[in-house]
Design a protein around this ligand. Structure first.
Ligand SMILES: O=C(O)/C=C/c1cccc(O)c1O
Ligand SMILES: [Fe+2]
Length: 312
């Protein structure tokens, strides 16, 4: 097996509520270069660790981890609609391997995935179907969450499975870094919102448009005194990037979920996908990592970062 890693923030506001042209072209260039690297690597499999934002997973049955043997994009925001090219057989084998190695994971034979998975897949590969893929969703948005040590363990077991394959594998983590978009909480939610959070699958086009308009409106005031959302925290983001660069992944075992939510925003927990991706890579031995880009971007409600890594 040959393995490479890419971790990227995602933001559905890219293209819908952009910062200045200079920042947009900086990020365009970083993504274009990441995509060129993926093209050169020509992966035979992509394992993507991603969150869901109440598009595929709801509180009627909210698993901490899910592996998909088939997945369809809901096409939210500006993402493509349609099926992903999931390697069904390999996903089933991986699910069995994970369970055999003492990590509990749910299995979906028809998972709806959102921008949290598809935006990064499109950015890195140009489509939803360019390469065989296995999506693994890590609950990062709908508390309570599995502890960070369990996420690291999940990644490690996935990495051990990948080491048994004779393939070029790209491991991807998508989400984070610090941010808090206006995603509602079940705790204390009014009836209509709690009904949505419990079983809001397949919203009407009007409901989807209203949700997107709310996110855009939140992006317009994020980071100002008009916003009630926890602001970006560049210091937290840099410390997290430094931790991944250092290879001291076991430090995440001490991460306290409530502390992170308060310091850097509730959706910062999407970094759980980065933790899993790095742990999968680390299962192959020591790695060398680089931080390709970081900038806090209020318009996108994103501590926006890109990292790459490979074994050394
Ligand atoms: O779920 C939504 O509607 C919005 C999600 C969002 C907004 C801003 C930044 C992100 O990383 C998001 O996932
Ligand atoms: Fe997200």
């Amino acid at each position: 097996m040959t393995i490479k890693l890419k971790c990227l923030s995602h933001t559905p506001l890219r293209g819908l509520n952009d910062p200045g042209a200079e920042v947009v072209s900086e990020v365009d260039a970083v993504i274009a270069s990441a995509r060129a690297e993926v093209e050169t690597f020509d992966p035979e499999l992509i394992v993507i660790f991603a969150p869901d934002h109440y598009n595929g997973l709801f509180y009627d049955l909210m698993p901490p981890f899910v592996i998909a043997t088939a997945a369809e994009s809901v096409g939210d925001y500006m993402t493509q609609l349609g099926a992903l090219s999931v390697d069904q057989k390999l996903a089933q084998e991986l699910a069995r391997f994970i369970l055999d190695h003492d990590v509990d994971i749910a299995l979906s034979h028809r998972l709806q995935v959102d921008h949290g998975c598809t935006q990064t897949l499109e950015e890195l590969t140009g489509s939803l179907t360019r390469y065989p893929v296995i999506p693994i969703i890590i609950n990062s948005v709908a508390p309570p969450f599995a502890p960070y040590r369990r996420v690291r363990r999940l990644g490690e077991v996935v990495g051990r499975f990948l080491a048994t394959l004779d393939k070029r594998v790209l491991v991807v983590g998508t989400g984070g870094l610090s941010h808090e978009p206006p995603v509602p909480l079940l705790d204390g939610a009014p009836e209509a919102i709690s009904e949505f959070l419990i079983c809001g699958r397949n919203p009407t086009p009007e409901a989807r448009a209203a949700r997107q308009a709310r996110t855009i409106a939140a992006g317009k005031i994020y980071g100002t005194e008009l916003s009630t959302q926890t602001p970006l925290n560049a210091e937290w983001d840099q410390a997290f990037i430094d931790l991944l660069l250092s290879g001291r992944l076991d430090a995440v075992d001490d991460f306290r979920i409530e502390d992170i939510s308060k310091a850097a925003g509730r959706s910062t927990h999407e970094v759980r996908t980065w933790v899993a991706a790095f742990a999968a890579l680390a299962a192959a031995g020591r790695y060398s990592a680089r931080s390709d880009y970081y900038r806090p971007i209020n318009e996108w409600i994103a501590g926006y970062g890109v990292m790459s890594a490979e074994p050394c």
